[in-house]
Design a protein around this ligand. Structure first.
Ligand code: GDP
Length: 191
């Protein structure tokens, strides 16, 4: 494999490639502790359970959603499994990803700075056409907020990214995050 694919792959559909059933690798990036695992568990299992970590290693969780135009999108979601500590391994992790979700914690300016590092990294080394979303998580902690919502909006706009604030704890905007990503995926042209 070239490692520079668009990240969008529906070739294994038993009924043949099909513009209505998409499959895409999604990676989460961001500082440790910002809530990446909790976002995935909230989306896939509908629960908030900080004690249950997403499976580490080579496996991933997947979740399929249907859009209003009857397109389905199967997300293959890779958690960093702690690899955020080893920047040199990151390219192996996001190779072939069609979607990158870059997460920070709205109570942590350091995590917002780190998110910007990951955006630059993906702009340099990510798949061409990768869909990037910037996520300010822990939006339920308004009284501890240290990153103004406008900072997230401005940074995302400058970098052509989708932006949303979420709470894995209350489930606020979690489904919306994945729906908005799904809508932004490039569609294979009908042949
Ligand atoms: P990861 O290292 O980025 O995967 O972070 P985790 O998903 O393990 O979450 C780290 C900690 O943040 C856990 O103790 C969670 O309870 C907490 N956490 C995650 N999401 C939220 C959220 O939306 N709101 C609040 N208040 N806490 C959260």
């Amino acid at each position: 494999s070239s490692g520079r694919s668009t990240g969008l792959n529906n070739a294994d559909n038993p009924e043949g490639p099909d513009a209505k059933n998409l499959r895409v690798k999604l990676v989460l990036l961001g500082d440790s502790g910002v809530g990446k695992s909790c976002i995935v568990l909230r989306f896939v299992r509908g629960q908030f359970d900080p004690t249950s970590k997403v499976t580490v290693g080579a496996s991933f969780l997947s979740q399929t959603i249907a859009l209003q135009d009857s397109t389905t999108v199967k997300f293959e979601i890779w958690d960093t499994a702690g690899q955020e500590r080893y920047a040199a391994l990151a390219p192996l992790y996001y190779r072939g990803a069609g979607v990158a979700v870059i997460v920070y914690d709205i109570t942590s300016p350091e995590s917002f700075t780190k998110a910007q590092y990951w955006v630059k990294e993906l702009q340099k080394h990510g798949s061409p056409g990768i869909v990037m979303a910037l996520v300010g998580n822990k939006a339920d902690l308004q009284e501890k907020r240290e990153v103004p919502v406008q900072d997230g909006i401005d940074y995302a706009e400058k970098n052509g990214m989708f932006f949303i604030e979420t709470s894995a704890k209350t489930a606020d905007n979690i489904n919306q995050l994945f729906e908005e990503i799904a809508k932004r995926l490039p569609r294979p042209s009908p042949s």
